[in-house]
Design a protein around this ligand. Structure first.
Ligand code: SAT
Ligand code: MN
Length: 589
């Protein structure tokens, strides 16, 4: 394969690498993306002609398309995800590891000739605002037109990446080959030292949109440790008070725990004049600024959100965002080419086609949309998009929130005593598993900083990096933990969630500005029932609030044992601060 198509760069390292990969994969054609609107139209038409995308009802959903993935390929697969550092210790006990050379040989073996008869799309992309010192350039070579079109939404794709790169050789190399989309030949492998990603055998978002989890989190976290910044699985939002004061908050929750909803929150009527702006819904890159505060950018340009449960009640901004220019994956299809999913507004359609293409009616036992079905939508569509999203300096973070999905144990909200205690709280986050990854649904597992599947190196060293960052910050963000998902004995949620989370957010904002009271408890600073504004929350009493803020010693005994399991696993690299914090917690309890 010597024909590189109409190559749109003369950057020697880029051309050399594309050539090498084209020789390996032997595509029939190499197509260089430029990110233009004309290109988007042409690629979309091609994808429709190929049967990869279906054009949806353009009156209802202008610019929207539909995709069904292989039913064996609907979520991230952690057991196929590898961190290929030089030594196993560097990857740590929470990652799968393989020696880089061996793994690369195996992957090259699989990729050899793997694009015969197909097109290789060269996708140059920029993660982060143009001109930001935090932004990074990547090139993804993929034989999936679906990936090219999704990357165009999720990243700043095309010429803008060349502009940022200039003559530098510092870019991420990403190779993606679908092969036969078979679980036996599925590998998502990271080579952090070479800034290289190879993903084969899948076409599902988190496995193949390489800018997202692979670069922005796994490789990003590795680079962040070396370069003195942080790559985190966090949404970033700005809370604007009626007097115009803006407070920026970053929040880490495991996948499918409502990051997108929280990032797009609309305050209830009682909070007149308050406004929440979205900076990002999934990933934050953060670095100390010259003023000693922590600054965050959102490296992405779109939202890859969970469809089920999204409606005008839970997230009106998301509904508006996905009303146009959106790619829907694995949701259900109605006869008039509209989309549907469990938890969408209104009644279920009387007949539909489910995510696997089978006839569906409300009487069907199986779900119409896959629980991890997704929308890919440009952030520019979001009515609450923060103008600062394109600011190369990012936004100064006042609070970091950790959270998980916990039916018991964790109170609605608490504030850490200080940064080290906050790192301990983040390190011990637990959450019930969701459909965003294959296996284990509903089980509580430790998911430190919501980064368990995304940390590109030893988790113990990652905690140390967090501790070290404190020394570089004059004004470290305050750290909080929230739990929107606590339930009563009958399995009913104790807290209404969604927009009502503004009540908690307001307390957090006020704590950051030294305006709100709290009680000292063994777990940290907790609001008393009188500290959370419940006005206008019909039927919700102070007693209800007490229940959702309750600390149950029996539950905490069990929690401590579960936390210990993770610490034992990480023991060899666990910073001693984490052990001291645990001892202090035990003593307080
Ligand atoms: O990994 S994905 O990007 O597909 C979604 C998630 O798990 O957060
Ligand atoms: Mn995520």
């Amino acid at each position: 394969m010597s024909n590189l198509g109409s190559c749109n760069t003369n950057h020697p390292a880029v051309v050399a690498w594309v050539k090498e990969m084209a020789e390996l994969c032997q595509p029939d054609r190499v197509y260089w993306c430029n990110g233009s609107e004309a290109e988007r139209r042409a690629l979309t038409e091609q994808a429709v002609a190929d049967g990869v995308l279906l054009k949806l009802n353009q009156e209802k959903l202008p610019g929207c398309y539909y995709h069904r993935s292989n039913p064996n390929d609907v979520a991230r697969v952690e057991q196929c995800t590898y961190i290929c550092t030089d030594t196993e210790t560097e990857a740590g006990p929470t990652n799968n590891w393989a020696p880089p050379k061996e793994m690369k040989e195996r992957l090259h073996g699989l990729a050899r000739g793997g694009m015969k008869g197909r097109t290789m799309y060269v996708i140059p992309y920029l993660m982060g605002p143009p001109g930001s010192s935090l932004s990074k350039v990547g090139f993804e070579l993929s034989d999936s037109i679906y990936v090219a079109l999704n990357m165009r939404i999720m990243t700043r794709m095309g010429d803008v990446a060349y502009e940022q790169l200039g003559e530098s050789d510092d870019f991420n190399r990403g190779l993606h080959c679908m092969l036969d989309v078979h679980p036996d030949r599925r590998y998502i492998c990271h080579f952090p030292r070479e800034n290289l990603i190879i993903s084969v055998g899948s076409a599902y978002g988190g496995n193949v949109l390489l800018g997202k989890k692979c670069l922005a989190l796994r490789i990003g976290s590795y680079l962040g440790r070396q370069e003195g910044w942080m790559a985190e699985h966090m949404l970033v939002l700005g809370v604007e008070a009626p007097n115009g004061e803006k407070t920026y908050i970053a929040a880490a929750f495991p996948s499918a725990c409502g990051k997108t909803n929280f990032a797009m929150l609309i305050p209830p009527a009682h909070f007149q004049g308050w406004k929440v702006w979205t900076v990002g819904d999934d990933i934050a890159w953060m670095k100390p600024g010259p003023d000693g505060r922590l600054y965050a950018i959102n490296p992405e340009a779109g939202y890859f959100g969970v469809a089920p449960g999204t409606n005008y009640q839970s997230n009106p901004n998301a509904m508006k965002t996905i009303a146009r220019d959106t790619i829907y994956t694995n949701v259900a299809l109605t006869p008039d080419l509209d989309v549907w999913w469990e938890g969408k507004d209104g009644d279920p359609p009387p007949v539909a086609t489910d995510w696997q293409g089978r006839p569906w009616t409300p009487a069907s036992k199986e779900k119409a949309a896959h629980p991890n079905s997704r929308f890919t939508a440009p952030m520019a569509n979001n009515p609450a998009l923060a103008a600062e999203v394109n600011d190369p300096n990012g936004v100064p973070i006042s609070a970091i929130i950790f959270g998980g999905r916990r039916a018991s144990t964790m109170p609605l909200v608490l504030q850490a005593f200080n940064w080290v205690h906050g790192v301990f709280i983040g390190a011990t986050v637990g959450s019930e598993m969701t459909a965003a990854a294959v296996g284990g649904m509903g089980q509580v597992r430790r998911d430190p900083m919501a980064m368990l599947p995304f940390c590109g190196y030893n988790m113990g060293d990652y905690f140390r990096h967090w501790l070290r960052m404190r020394k570089r910050l004059k004004y470290p963000p305050r750290i909080f933990h929230v739990n929107w998902f606590r339930k009563d004995g009958e399995g009913r949620f104790l807290w209404p969630g969604f927009g009502e989370n503004m009540r908690v957010l307001k307390w957090i904002v006020d704590r950051c500005h030294g305006r709100a009271d709290a009680n000292e408890t063994p777990l940290g600073w907790l609001p008393g029932p009188q500290h959370i504004d419940l006005a206008g929350l019909d039927g919700f009493t102070t007693e209800d609030l007490e229940k959702v803020l309750d600390i149950d010693l029996e539950e905490w005994r069990r929690e401590l044992i579960m936390q210990e399991e993770l610490f034992l696993k990480l023991y060899a690299h666990l910073p001693k601060e984490m052990i001291f914090q645990r001892e202090l917690l035990v003593a307080r309890l």
